[in-house]
Design a protein around this ligand. Structure first.
Ligand SMILES: Cc1cc2nc3c(=O)[nH]c(=O)nc-3n(C[C@H](O)[C@H](O)[C@H](O)COP(=O)(O)OP(=O)(O)OC[C@H]3O[C@@H](n4cnc5c(N)ncnc54)[C@H](O)[C@@H]3O)c2cc1C
Length: 524
């Protein structure tokens, strides 16, 4: 029997998904004195007991349940694209903490593509400032791109990995500016957590707690403030009242069904599960799914094009060494009128552990690498360097999440995710691959493998001012149901050309402030 704090009682807020956004919201709202219940489908981990320095074992941190993928460029789900467990994607993310630029919020105005966000950079700026201080982002004294030029709250990381030095030296030779990456990974002690010692197992969960996750930062503070956290609880539906308001959620724990009533329901279940829940909670009053009068629930799902170039060097690089990402350039972030594509990308020096390396190169763009040839290449693993891109992908309503007839172990329709790159996306990728190759070559390496990859899901419940073309307003409040909010990466309008999670965090803080203010005046 599940032990519960509120049972049949109505909580003030129930949050679905204890990931990055869910963790921040739960802290903010619990500290404001609200009765908050946080439901998480996955387990509650203890980093010291549960996070092993074992690449294969730790793939369990990803959302590994079957999703059907479709389209011309089907997305790879699982470890690389989503998390499961208290902490969500922040358990095994790489920790790169970048702000979006003002240009990211105005693609339609600047470049005639996609849509503008209903907010701009300056609406989020105070929240970027706040979150960077709250989690002690480490980074350079001067950051040359975008609107924020540093210094970051904590000094930049050092020493760098050999791969990061390779990248920075290659950039120098080509006149490309580069910096030590801003990271949600400590460079000095903070709140009892130790600085990073470069073990390099960030994507396997950080055992020493040097890397930020909501599991070790926000959720413990929320618990102190009275949060009820219920792990291993899969939410299967949103309960609606006849008055058209959300009443709470239904969830499963060890095969048994429970309900949590609440004045306010917030979905923070990420890009596939949030639309799946909305679509699957259809009622006669909302036959196409909740909050879907616009028809935009599940639409315009985005990823970042995240192609990698691996180059072979005569000397050793040892891609397993150190924090995976330690060097970055955004010299190609803004639209360049001289190119045949709009928008841009970020480049990172990116480490790789042996299993990921083998998996990547075995399916590289030039063909498959298998058997004796793969074995021979793997013997040279220490000689490979890697550069990766985070490329903007334009939103396209045809890229979407839909329900299928196939059922999962909870009896819910499985999600199908359809994705294809557009022409602009492909031209941008070609440009970035060329730059990545030239950086490797400038340092004396021979680019051998180009691997097509994707990272960071976004969109599917986009925000906007117009209820006919968007699902939520800029605070994540659904246009159709005033006490139903969405707060996670699904509310992004465009993907930007840089890592998205600091923007997820800033949006979560902004939504929390809004809810505190409105709930205080009984306006939700
Ligand atoms: C390998 C990897 C590396 C990454 N590196 C970076 C990086 O360096 N920088 C960066 O900016 N971003 C990075 N990201 C992306 C980052 O993890 C996400 O952007 C971020 O976690 C999104 O936050 P969220 O709150 O929207 O969702 P999540 O953090 O994914 O949280 C969603 C939570 O909801 C839970 N959930 C889902 N459905 C249900 C349900 N029905 N009932 C109960 N619970 C449910 C899930 O289990 C999960 O815990 C990386 C991601 C991965 C996977």
């Amino acid at each position: 029997m599940l032990q519960r704090k509120y049972g049949d009682e109505e909580a003030d807020v129930v949050i679905v998904g204890a990931g990055t956004a869910g963790g921040i919201l739960s802290k903010e709202l619990a500290e404001a004195g609200m009765k908050v219940v946080l439901l998480e489908a996955g387990p509650l981990y203890d980093p010291q007991d549960d996070f092993a320095s074992d690449e294969l074992a730790m793939t369990r941190l990803g959302w590994q349940e079957t999703r059907i993928v479709d389209g011309k460029d089907p997305l790879q789900m699982g470890h690389n694209n989503s998390g499961r467990g208290v902490g969500g994607g922040s358990l095994h993310w790489t920790g790169v903490a970048l702000r979006f630029h003002d240009a990211d919020f105005n693609a339609r105005t600047l470049d005639g593509v996609a849509d503008n966000w209903p907010i701009n950079y300056w609406d989020l700026e105070p929240y970027y400032d706040r979150i960077e201080k709250e989690i002690a982002v480490s980074g350079p004294k001067y950051f040359p791109w975008g609107n924020f030029h540093g210094p970051y709250p904590y000094p930049e990381r050092e020493p760098l990995s050999p791969n990061a030095y390779m990248f920075r030296n290659g950039c120098d030779k080509l006149g490309i500016r580069s910096v030590v990456s801003p990271l949600a990974i400590l460079s000095a002690p903070f709140e009892g957590r130790p600085p990073c010692i470069n073990r390099g197992f960030c994507n396997q969960g950080c055992m020493p707690n040097s890397k930020y996750s909501s599991l070790i930062v926000h959720i413990p503070k929320a618990l102190k403030a009275g949060l009820e956290l219920l792990p291993d609880c899969m939410v299967t539906g949103i309960d609606m009242g006849k008055d058209g308001r959300a009443q709470g959620v239904t969830f499963l724990h060890k095969g048994k069904t429970y309900r949590q009533r609440a004045k306010l329901v917030i979905l923070s279940a990420f890009v596939v599960e949030t639309p799946r829940l909305l679509l699957n909670s259809a009622t006669p009053q909302f036959p196409d799914g909740l909050a879907n009068s616009s028809g935009w629930v599940g639409k315009a799902v985005m990823t970042h094009s995240s192609y990698d170039v691996y180059g072979r060097f005569d000397h050793e690089i040892r891609l397993y060494k150190g924090t995976p990402v330690l060097a970055t350039t955004q010299d190609f972030y803004r639209t360049d009128p001289g190119q045949d594509f709009v928008r841009g990308y970020t480049l990172h020096a990116h480490g790789s552990r042996p299993v990921s390396f083998a998996k990547a190169i075995s399916q590289h763009q030039g063909g498959t690498l298998w058997g004796e040839e793969l074995r021979r290449t793997m013997l040279d693993y220490n000689h490979y360097g890697r550069v990766t891109m985070v490329g903007e992908v334009l939103p396209n309503p045809d890229n979407h999440v839909a329900l299928t007839d196939e059922k999962d172990e909870y009896g819910l329709p499985r999600a199908k995710v359809t994705f294809s790159y557009g022409d602009n996306d492909k031209k941008l990728i070609d440009h970035a691959v060329g730059k990545m190759k030239s950086i490797i070559e400038a340092e004396g390496g021979v680019p051998e493998f180009v691997v097509s990859d994707s990272a960071h899901l976004m969109g599917g419940c986009r925000m906007g001012e117009d209820p006919d073309t968007s699902v939520v307003n800029s605070y994540g409040q659904t246009h159709d149901i005033p006490n139903l909010f969405v707060c996670d990466a699904s509310i992004f309008v465009t993907s930007g050309g840089g890592n998205p999670t600091e923007t997820v965090m800033a949006l979560a803080l902004r939504t929390a402030d809004h809810i505190k203010e409105k709930a205080g005046k009984n306006e939700l």
